[in-house]
Design a protein around this ligand. Structure first.
Ligand SMILES: *Cc1c(COP(=O)(O)O)cnc(C)c1O
Length: 834
C-alpha cells in the first residue's frame, strides 16, 4: 500500500519507477563501492571482512528486491490461488552465495571482487547462519521455499523471527557447552521490516457471548493482554527465473498502551517488565529436536505464528474481496509443518466466526478445505499435547472452539461406529485423565483435508499405527510426500567444482530437473571420467580438512576413507552404534588384526538438546574415545575419530562434498525420512544404512548393489522387542565382548570413573527402545563390506558416480511438484513473461 505523501498540486509521478539494475561486473563494482563508502562509511583501512560482506549483500539485495516487487505485483494482478507454509522453524543458513547463484550473477560478482582485490571466500564466511531451526524439519522448510520459487509457485513462508537462533556448540573437556546465538547482533541486510502489516494477537482474558443485530449468538474475547506481531520479510529467489517469493517472520513487540494502567499507578518498573514479557515471546528458539516442549511460552509462540499469519492472509483477502468468503477455500491453502502451528485450525474458525461473522458450518467448511498437515515423526514423545488448563488460561476462546470441534467430531465417530465407546476415548481431541490434555496432532487431522508423512515407510506406519483410527475413518485424507533437498544449495552451491564437471558432461538442465543426473550413469564405465571424479572428491576432502584444521588438533590423511555421521545427537539415530564400531576397529588394531587394513577417518558431529542428558553423555563419550585413539601411537593413520563441533547448515555445505561414507543407522521405523542422507548421496557418498525412512527409497533408486544395508527391519524390531535380551548377543559375539570390555573397564575414562555407566547401562538394558546391541553384528559385517569395496578404488568410484546419478528423486523440486499436484493445485506463474 503506497503511503499518502503525494502532493495535490505537483504532477503525478510514480516514485517507485527506477531504471533496471545492471548485472555486470561494472554495475556490481559501482554499487559495492557506493555502499562500502557512503552507506557503511568505511575506507581502505578497514580490515574487517564484515563490511565488505555487507556492501556486497546490499548490492545483491537491491537486485532481489527489484524482482521481488515485480513478483508481488504479478501475483496481486493475477489474483491466483496461493499456498502458505506455516513453520515454527526455517533453518535458512547463509543467504549471500545462494542469492548470487539463483540470480545467476556469481561469475560477474567474482570478477568484480577480484577487480577490487577482495577475497570472496573470506567475505562469504563472515555471514552468520540464520539458524532458526533445530535440524531436518527446519531445513526442509528452507529447501521447500527455494523449490517453490524455482517452480514459480505463489507460496509464502510464515515463521517466527527469533532473536536468538539455535545455540552455538562449543566443546570443553569433551563436553558440549551452549553459547547463545545472537545472530542479529550486526544487523540483517536480508530482511525488510514492514510495520504497515503489523497485527495484534490476543492472550488471556475471557469470553462473552451476546446476540447480534440479526439475532445470532456471537462470542467475543475480551479483557485480553495483547501483543503486536511485527513482520520482517526476507526475499526467496527462484533459480534464474525472475521469481522472488517471501518468507515473512513475526517478531513479538509490546503494544503501546501496555503500560498505561501501571504507569498511572506509578509502577513504572513493573510496566517496563511487562513489556519484556510480551517481547520474550520470540526471544529464543526452543532447542529441542523431535521432542516435547511443554512450556507456556512455547504455546504463545505457536499461537503468535498461527494468529498473525492467518490474520495477514485474511486482511489481504478482505482488502480485495470484502467480507465475501465464498471463494476463500478455492484460493488459499495452509500447509502445517508438523503439529507446531496446528492451533491454526481453531484460530481460522475464530477469525471467520467472531471477526467476520460466518456461521459455524460456513467456517468449518472453509477450514477443512484450506488446512493440510504434514507429520514428521513417529516418536510418541514428539506428539504435542497441551494441558486444557493452560489453554483455558492463555487462549480461552480457542479452547471453547476446540471443545466444540471435538463435540461435532465425536458425533461423526459415533455415527460411523455406533456403540464403540473405547474408540471415542481413543480418538477424542481431549485426552482424559489426571491432567486433561489437547491432542494437537488429532486437531490437525480433524481440521485438515490432507495428512501426509514424509517417506513411504513413515506414511505407511502412520496409517497402521499412530493414526490408524483416523485412517479407517478417512482413508482418502492420507498420503505420502517423500522429502527432498534443494539441488541449488546442496550440489550446485556447495560443490561448484563437481557441479561444473557434471554440467560439462550432461549440460546444466539438471539444476532445475535433477532426474537428468541419470545421464551420468554410463560414465561410471569411463576410466577417464572416474579419474576426474576421484580427483574432485579428493579436493573436497582436502578443503574439508583445511577448513577444520584451525579448530581441530588432529592430523588427517585425505587418503583415508571419510566415514561421516552428522545430525542431531539422539538415541534413535544411534551415534552409539557408530562408536561401538570405532571401538571395535581400535580393538582390532590393538590385537594386531590389521591385515588388508583400510585407513578410516570417522567424523561425527551434531548438537544435543541442552536438557537431553543421555545425548550429552554420548558427545562426551565420542570425544573421550577420540582422544584415546588419536593419541595412541599403535593406531597412527589407521584410524582417526573426530568430533566436528557446532554442526549447522554452513558446516554441512563443506562436509557433504567431502564424505565417502554416509552413516544413516537409525533403528528401523524411527527416522521419519532423513534428509542428510540425500545431501550425501547427491554429492557421491555411499550409504551404510538401515531400512528406515528415505534410506529405503535411496536404496531402491541406486540399486541394492550400491548400498551397504544392515540391521533389523521395522517389523523385526517390533517382533523382537518383548523378548529383547542384549546380554545374549554379547555372550555370542567375541567382537562385541571386546568392545564392551573396553567400555566397562574404564579404558576411555581412566580419570573420570563411572561417567559412562548410564550410556553403557542404556544399551545393555532389555528395555532399550533403540536396540543398538541387536544390530551390532550386522553393522560390523556391513562395515567389512565397505572396506572391501574401498580397497578397489575404481569400483568404489563407479558406485559413487551411480549414487549421484540416481539421486534425482531427492530434489525438493520433485517433492514440491508432488505437494502441488496432489494437495495445493496452484498454477505456476512466469513472472518474466508479464
Ligand atoms: C540436513 C540437515 C539436518 C538433517 O539431517 P538428518 O541426517 O536428516 O537428521 C540437520 N541439520 C542440518 C544443519 C542439516 O543441514
Amino acid at each position: 500500500m503506497p503511503h499518502k505523501v503525494f502532493s495535490k498540486s505537483a504532477p503525478k509521478a510514480d516514485i517507485t519507477k527506477l531504471p533496471k539494475l545492471g548485472m555486470e561486473k561494472k554495475h556490481i563494482t559501482a554499487d559495492f563501492k557506493h555502499y562500502y563508502s557512503h552507506r557503511l562509511g568505511r575506507d581502505e583501512n578497514c580490515r574487517s571482512p564484515h563490511y565488505a560482506y555487507e556492501a556486497l549483500s546490499l548490492t545483491i539485495s537491491d537486485r532481489l528486491v527489484e524482482r521481488w516487487k515485480k513478483t508481488y505485483n504479478v501475483y496481486r494482478d493475477e489474483d491466483c490461488k496461493k499456498a502458505f507454509y506455516l513453520s515454527m522453524e526455517f533453518l535458512m543458513g547463509r543467504s549471500l552465495s545462494n542469492a548470487m547463484l539463483n540470480l545467476g550473477i556469481d561469475d560477474e560478482v567474482n570478477k568484480a571482487l577480484y577487480g577490487m582485490g577482495l577475497e570472496a571466500e573470506e567475505l562469504l564466511e563472515s555471514e552468520p547462519d540464520a539458524g532458526l531451526g533445530n535440524g531436518g524439519l527446519g531445513r526442509l522448510a528452507a529447501c521447500f521455499i527455494d523449490s517453490c520459487a524455482t517452480l514459480q509457485l505463489p507460496v509464502t513462508g510464515y515463521g517466527l523471527r527469533y532473536e536468538y537462533g539455535m545455540f552455538t556448540q562449543e566443546i570443553v573437556n569433551g563436553e558440549q557447552v551452549e553459547k547463545p546465538d545472537h545472530w542479529l547482533r550486526n544487523g540483517n541486510v536480508w530482511e525488510i521490516e514492514r510495520p504497515e502489516y503489523m497485527t495484534r494477537v490476543k492472550f488471556g482474558g475471557h469470553t462473552q457471548s451476546h446476540i447480534d443485530e440479526h439475532g445470532n449468538r456471537r462470542t467475543s474475547w475480551v479483557d485480553t493482554h495483547d501483543v503486536l506481531a511485527m513482520p520482517y520479510d526476507t526475499p526467496v529467489p527462484g533459480y534464474k527465473n525472475g521469481t522472488v517469493n517471501t518468507l515473512r517472520l513475526w517478531k513479538a513487540i509490546a503494544t503501546e498502551e501496555f503500560n498505561l494502567q501501571e504507569f498511572n499507578a506509578g509502577d513504572y518498573a513493573e510496566a517496563v517488565a511487562q513489556k519484556n514479557t510480551a517481547e520474550n515471546i520470540t526471544m529464543v528458539l526452543y532447542p529441542n529436536d523431535a521432542n516435547e516442549n511443554g512450556k507456556a511460552l512455547r504455546l504463545q509462540q505457536q499461537y503468535l505464528l498461527a494468529s498473525a499469519s492467518l490474520q495477514d492472509v485474511i486482511a489481504n483477502w478482505v482488502g480485495r474481496h470484502g467480507r465475501n468468503f465464498s471463494k476463500f477455500a478455492e484460493k488459499n491453502c495452509f500447509q502445517l509443518n508438523d503439529t507446531h502451528p496446528s492451533i491454526a485450525v481453531a484460530e481460522l474458525m475464530r477469525l471467520l466466526m467472531d471477526i467476520h461473522g460466518l456461521s459455524w458450518n460456513e467456517a468449518w467448511s472453509i477450514t477443512r478445505k484450506t488446512m493440510a498437515y504434514t507429520n514428521h515423526t513417529l516418536l510418541p514423545e514428539a506428539l504435542e499435547k497441551w494441558s486444557v488448563n493452560l489453554m483455558q488460561n492463555l487462549l480461552p476462546r480457542l479452547m471453547e472452539i476446540i471443545f466444540e470441534i471435538n463435540a461435532h467430531f465425536l458425533a461423526e465417530v459415533s455415527a460411523h461406529w455406533p456403540g464403540e465407546s473405547e474408540r471415542l476415548t481413543r480418538m477424542s481431541l481431549i485426552e482424559e485423565g489426571h491432567v486433561k490434555q489437547v491432542r494437537m496432532a488429532y486437531l490437525a487431522i480433524v481440521g485438515s483435508f490432507s495428512v501426509n508423512g514424509v517417506a513411504e515407510l513413515h506414511s505407511k506406519l502412520l496409517k497402521e499405527g499412530l493414526f490408524k483410527d483416523f485412517y479407517e475413518l478417512w482413508p482418502d485424507k492420507f498420503n505420502n510426500k517423500t522429502n527432498g533437498v534443494t539441488p541449488r544449495r546442496w550440489l550446485a552451491g556447495c560443490n561448484p567444482e563437481l557441479a561444473e564437471f557434471i554440467t560439462a558432461t550432461i549440460g546444466d538442465a539438471w539444476i532445475t530437473d535433477l532426474s537428468q543426473l541419470i545421464r551420468l550413469k554410463p560414465y561410471a564405465e569411463d576410466a577417464a571420467f572416474r579419474k576426474t571424479w576421484r580427483d574432485l572428491n579428493q579436493a573436497s576432502k582436502q578443503r574439508l580438512v583445511d577448513f577444520k584444521k584451525a579448530e581441530l588438533d588432529v592430523d588427517i590423511n585425505v587418503d583415508a576413507l571419510f566415514d561421516v555421521q552428522v545430525k542431531r545427537i539422539h538415541e534413535y539415530k544411534r551415534q552409539m552404534l557408530n562408536v561401538l564400531h570405532v571401538i571395535h576397529l581400535y580393538d582390532r588394531i590393538k590385537r594386531g588384526d590389521t591385515q588388508n587394513w583400510v585407513a578410516r577417518c570417522v567424523l561425527i558431529g551434531g548438537k544435543a538438546a541442552p536438557g537431553y542428558v543421555m545425548a550429552k553423555k554420548i558427545i562426551k563419550l565420542i570425544n573421550n574415545v577420540a582422544s584415546v585413539i588419536n593419541n595412541d601411537p599403535d593406531v597412527g593413520d589407521k584410524l582417526k575419530l573426530v568430533f566436528l563441533p557446532n554442526y549447522r547448515v554452513s558446516a554441512m555445505e563443506k562436509i557433504c562434498p567431502g564424505a565417502d561414507l554416509s552413516e544413516q543407522i537409525s533403528t528401523a521405523g524411527k527416522e521419519a525420512s532423513g534428509t542428510g542422507n540425500m545431501k550425501f548421496m547427491m554429492n557421491g557418498s555411499l550409504t551404510i544404512g538401515t531400512l528406515d525412512g528415505a534410506n529405503i527409497e535411496i536404496r531402491e533408486e541406486v540399486g541394492e548393489e550400491n548400498f551397504f544395508l544392515f540391521g533389523l527391519t521395522e517389523a523385526e524390531v517390533e517382533a523382537l522387542r518383548p523378548n529383547y535380551n542384549p546380554q545374549s548377543y554379547i555372550d555370542q559375539d567375541g567382537d562385541l565382548q571386546g568392545v564392551m570390555h573396553l567400555l566397562e573397564c574404564g579404558h576411555f575414562n581412566q580419570f573420570e570413573p563411572g561417567i559412562f555407566d548410564d550410556v553403557i547401562g542404556a544399551i545393555k538394558s532389555p528395555h532399550d527402545p533403540w536396540m543398538t546391541i541387536a544390530d551390532f553384528r550386522s553393522y560390523v559385517d556391513a562395515q567389512r563390506r565397505v572396506d572391501q569395496a574401498w580397497r578397489d578404488q575404481e569400483y568404489w568410484t563407479k558406485m559413487s558416480i551411480i549414487n549421484t546419478a540416481a539421486s534425482g528423486k531427492f530434489s525438493t523440486d520433485r517433492t514440491i511438484g508432488d505437494y502441488n499436484r496432489e494437495i495445493w493445485n496452484l498454477s505456476p506463474i512466469d513472472v518474466n513473461s508479464k
